[in-house]
Write a new protein. Structure first.
Length: 547
């Protein structure tokens, strides 16, 4: 019986280009989606561009254009990047469109109906220079927990969830002047009422990464505080309550609700059954894939909203990545110490990018991107190990067997290795241990190369052509199954192998290439990258003043 697999990828802010560190936290979602589809499960994989919120408005103000223009620009860029990288979203949408607005307003009213919203008059930061109430991200000050400079909603250094009133040495992000406080009325979500339920939920959680467990426990130990559900904003989703015209639904509610709105939009556009992926007691496993800065929104706030609405499935697996640094330093977009995804795609194969970000991914600790490591891994592992195995096997068949798969039988040892690899690799992927999964498949690549070298088909063809055919037949079967096992990770190369060998769509069980099938349109999977590119790429980076 098929299981319903829901995969929610984090929604990138549409206020600037994607950099490599952000991509590293998103890519695991596509690996999961490709694997579960190959396994035969029903998959719904959604995400979109976060087009509301102050980051978009701040960028629009800086450029002197409308927020929607900024959102349009980067949503289109994100969509194209994900397409070129082979992401297989069932729907990649955006938050500034009517369908999302309607679903979020429905959820807001359902929370109100169920008694999980209340009104409260507060004193909110107001900039007398800019004549406006300041959203939390327009307020900057010193974090009360660690002392670092923080935004009014969250500290990026210690991950504390904040209110602007918690900060000291406060300044308006727009003009830099200290704001004053003025009274204003807002709706609040009583997170404190969910404290006990959420504590039990986190205690029973399985399949969460350690950072998600530890962060969530810390917030619970500190005690959950009620949070505003609305804000005085110009750009966002209108509060659907009379008397609160001009106020918007706070983005921390709206953005996570995108997982549900995207699912329902997918169903409306395709005729699909979104309920099968969301009903509370259904046969469902849900994965949420994001960076560690988004942990509390997925482990506490979104579950609280789902509990408040009622009848909807809570997150099961939390794949929260750590950070990726660049040449030993933190990414700094303001100082151009970053690698931008559109720029990277203009010069390198998407499989090379995907491979590196999984093999060196920040699953359980921060990892570093260096051009030396990126190019060495491409040349040594993708080209030197995998590409070489495929190329020398199939070229030999073209030259010595007329391009037809020779007679032979898959040896029992290899049959056992291949069949066990499907089990082991699949288990690791389902657990979110993608680095280990990829490494386990590449151990088979190295074993296969060793097998080829030990059998020496270039000598067998002279002394024992039948044995040579047997060697190459075995290697072809290994390659065909590697194309299945590696499809979630490096799909473009695996699709080309399927074309070479006229294979069916990828599955997650041992496949077989019949004798006398013709190798078609053979070409190299990868080209060598000249190490001189390292110096060239380093020269593109700014940030010399970051030391």
């Amino acid at each position: 019986m098929m299981t319903n697999i829901f995969i929610g990828g984090a929604w990138p802010y549409a206020n600037g280009s994607l950099h490599l560190g952000r991509l590293a936290s998103l890519l695991p979602g596509d690996v999961l989606a490709r694997y579960f589809r190959a396994k035969g499960e029903r998959v719904l994989y959604v995400s979109g561009s976060d087009c509301h919120g102050t980051p978009v408005e701040v960028q629009a103000t800086a450029e002197g254009i409308a927020p929607r223009d900024i959102a349009d620009r980067y949503h289109q860029e994100f969509s194209e990047c994900f397409r070129r990288l082979g992401f297989t979203y069932d729907l990649y949408t955006r938050t500034d469109q009517p369908f999302h607005h309607r679903i979020v307003q429905e959820l807001f009213l359902k929370l109100q109906e169920n008694g999980h919203l209340y009104r409260k008059t507060i004193r909110q930061a107001y900039c007398e220079t800019d004549h406006r109430f300041l959203p939390d991200r327009y307020v900057e000050g010193d974090c009360p927990i660690c002392g670092s400079r923080a935004r009014g909603d969250q500290c990026d250094v210690c991950s504390a969830i904040l209110d602007p009133s918690d900060l000291t040495n406060v300044a308006c992000k727009i003009c830099g002047n200290p704001p004053v406080e003025r009274p204003t009325e807002h709706f609040y979500v009583p997170l404190s009422k969910f404290q006990e339920d959420l504590a039990q939920y986190v205690k029973e959680a399985e399949g969460w990464r350690e950072n998600a467990v530890l962060q969530s426990r810390r917030y619970l130990e500190e005690g959950l505080r009620d949070r505003a559900a609305t804000r005085d904003l110009d750009w966002g989703i209108d509060v659907p309550v009379p008397g609160l015209e001009g106020k918007k639904i706070y983005v921390w509610i709206e953005a996570v609700s995108g997982y549900l709105s995207a699912s329902r939009q997918w169903a409306a556009e395709t005729g699909g059954d979104w309920e099968s992926f969301w009903q509370e007691d259904g046969d469902i496993t849900t994965y949420y894939v994001h960076g560690k800065d988004n942990i509390p929104f997925h482990t506490l706030i979104w579950p609280a909203i789902l509990k408040g609405v009622g009848g909807l499935h809570l997150p099961d697996r939390i794949l929260s990545c750590e950070y990726m640094t660049l040449e030993g330093r933190k990414f700094s977009t303001s100082r151009n110490w970053a690698i931008w995804v559109p720029d990277l795609l203009s010069r390198y194969q998407p499989d090379s990018i995907r491979y590196f970000l999984i093999a060196n991914g920040p699953e359980h600790r921060d990892t570093d991107f260096s051009w030396l490591d990126f190019i060495n891994r491409h040349n040594g592992e993708l080209l030197g190990a995998f590409g070489n195995l495929v190329n020398r096997t199939l070229v030999f068949i073209e030259k010595s067997f007329g391009g037809k798969i020779p007679e032979g039988n898959l040896e029992e040892d290899w049959r056992r290795i291949i069949e066990q690899s499907y089990v082991d690799t699949g288990t690791l992927i389902e657990q979110g241990r993608l680095k280990e999964a990829l490494a386990s498949v590449f151990r088979i690549v190295r074993q296969a190369n060793k097998f080829y070298d030990e059998r020496k088909p270039w000598l067998q063809i002279k002394n024992d052509p039948e044995a040579c055919g047997h060697t190459l037949h075995t290697c072809v079967q290994i390659i065909a199954n590697l194309a299945n096992l590696l499809q979630p990770f490096i799909p473009f190369a695996c699709d080309r192998i399927r074309d070479f060998l006229a294979l069916d769509e990828p599955g997650w069980s041992r496949c077989h290439v019949p004798v006398n099938r013709t190798v078609c349109q053979l070409a190299k999977l990868f080209e060598r990258i000249d190490p001189s590119r390292i110096e060239e790429e380093m020269s593109r980076l700014g940030g010399a003043d970051l030391q």
